[in-house]
Design a binder for this molecule. Structure first.
Ligand code: SF4
Length: 511
């Protein structure tokens, strides 16, 4: 059997999780140059750029959500696919042990995390035979936040702001723009979309995800689809949704469209949304040894840094207007904050995401949450002696906690919630009622935020698994933006309304 295939797979997973490919870096460099550095969008992109460089230099996960590992494998006729799949699964478990992947595989019925990223359906491995003599393995790591913003349309359909989408390329254009607008900041934009026109519901989503294996700078061989891709990219960047949904000029960094035949009765448009942490790499392997002979999507040289080492070391780009907040936080301090303020949080922060929120609806919290900061985050954690070290800790998508958040604020006196993508009307009303604010961190900036954590002081609710446990963190100068305040204001609502008006102007092509 191939003696170094396992090592090659561990290397592929490690690089994919820690080092963005050159085409994505180039698109993010353009975004960096496009956004005004002192704007919210500019600050967000600068943090993202620092995070990309930090992840590559320390070989740490770019984002704490290392996503659903999806392998596309091409093998010569006669290759033993059963053995190769077993090796890939073992490599996934090893990369998880090494902290390059977060344990992300959860039993859908019991909620139990398998701890090693293995379980029914995880990882995803697709095989295809080909005539070439070597093996090709491509890998994409796509996180939950952006996966949740995928969309599938059945045409004809009536779309907000855009009117009727017919069974035409013009209807497809409307669907893609609608999906990008709906995503707002929830999928950690600027994002990229893979699109499938046609197929059935299952093959459509699969083919849409396959489009994400194309480089951002390639040209579609079908001139009709190439024109559509260009048009959508241009129009989406006029929407003003911007990085992280903060409003800005860069909303989309790529649009890749494929088509499958369909049944006469069906016309699906399936859209796979990927975030700026667009982790995709591949390798060509010697079919005798399993050794890597070449990389796909990247050359052998070290990645071109996003920023100078000085700019990375400088940390958060301050303007002097930042407001320091130290936990525990008083109601008075919280009510003084307004949408748009940039704050630097220090002191004790507790993580809590889906399992913690569900738990707190039925049980008292394991710690006193009065005046506390609750961080929507599922970190990557390494055990060190008797303690722990957080190796990746960016915010997760907050909207999932919408059914619980307002009640938790009221019951336990939480003053600050940190997350990303914003929350809904119920939470906005709860913030006002209870005297609390929502701070938007920069989604995916896992290395950047890990460096704001001075130490881990404890952990509760470990029965929920590492990402879902409640970690007690001591943080210093953790930057975030007030996007929902205690006076009923929401930047997310405002950006959605304003970008909706722009979307309405795009209801006809070529406007
Ligand atoms: S960057 Fe955002 S959407 Fe992407 S994997 Fe990370 S948290 Fe999820």
């Amino acid at each position: 059997m191939l003696p170094v295939f396992f090592d090659s797979m561990v290397e592929l997973i490690t690089r994919t999780s820690t080092d963005l490919p050159p085409d994505v870096r180039a698109a993010m460099r353009t975004a960096l140059a496009t956004e005004d550095a002192s704007s919210r969008a500019g600050q967000a992109i600068t943090i993202i750029a620092q995070n990309i460089d930090q992840a590559a230099s320390c070989e740490g996960p770019i984002c704490q959500d290392t996503g659903m590992p999806t392998f596309e494998v091409k093998v010569p006729v006669g290759a033993n696919q059963i053995w190769l799949k077993k090796q890939i699964r073992e490599a996934v478990a090893e990369a998880t042990r090494r902290g390059k992947l977060r344990p992300n595989s959860v039993d859908s019925i019991t909620g139990q995390n398998s701890g090693d990223n293995l379980g029914p359906g995880t990882p995803i491995v697709h095989f295809e035979q080909w005539e070439a003599p070597h093996i090709e393995v491509r890998l994409i790591l796509k996180g939950g936040g952006c996966e949740n913003t995928n969309a599938q349309y059945s045409l004809p359909a009536e779309l907000d702001h855009l009117g009727r989408a017919d069974r035409t390329l013009e209807g497809v254009r409307k669907c893609i723009l609608h999906a990008v607008w709906k995503a707002q900041g929830k999928g950690c934009g600027p994002g990229a979309v893979g699109v499938c026109i046609g197929g059935d519901r299952t093959s459509g989503y699969l083919h849409a995800k396959e489009q994400l294996f194309r480089t951002l700078d390639d040209a579609n061989p079908d001139p009709r689809l190439a024109a559509l891709e260009e048009e959508v990219l241009d129009e989406a960047n006029r929407l003003t949704v911007g990085p992280m949904g903060f409003s800005g000029k860069t909303t989309l960094i790529g649009c890749k469209v494929g088509a499958l035949n369909r049944l006469p009765a069906s016309f699906f448009v399936s859209i796979a949304y990927d975030c700026w942490a667009f982790r995709r790499l591949g390798v060509n392997l010697d079919a005798g040894s399993g050794a890597i002979t070449s990389w796909m999507y990247r050359d052998e040289s070290p990645s071109q840094p996003m920023l100078s080492p000085e700019a990375v070391a400088a940390g958060f780009p301050r303007t002097g207007r930042e407001i320091p907040l130290r936990a525990p936080i008083s109601e008075e301090d919280v009510r003084a904050l307004k949408v748009g303020d940039v704050v630097l949080v220090s002191g004790r922060v507790y993580t809590g995401r889906d399992a913690v929120h569900a738990h707190l609806m039925k049980h008292e919290p394991p710690v006193d949450l009065h005046g506390a900061v609750l961080y929507h985050c599922g970190p990557v954690v390494a055990k060190e002696g008797d303690g722990w070290r957080i190796t990746a800790a960016g915010p997760t998508t907050s909207i999932r906690e919408e059914p619980y958040q307002a009640e938790i604020l009221e019951r336990y006196g939480v003053r600050v919630v940190i997350g990303k993508g914003g929350m809904g009307a119920k939470t906005l009303a709860g913030l006002k009622e209870s005297g609390a604010v929502y701070l938007n961190g920069i989604g995916g900036a896992a290395q950047f935020y890990a460096r704001c954590i001075e130490r881990v002081d404890g952990v509760s609710l470990t029965e929920f698994g590492t990402p879902e446990a409640m970690w007690h963190l001591e943080v210093r100068d953790f930057p975030a933006i007030v996007t929902m305040d205690a006076h009923g204001n929401s930047l997310h609502k405002d950006v959605e309304v304003e970008s909706g008006k722009v979307l309405a102007t795009l209801s006809s092509p070529g406007v």
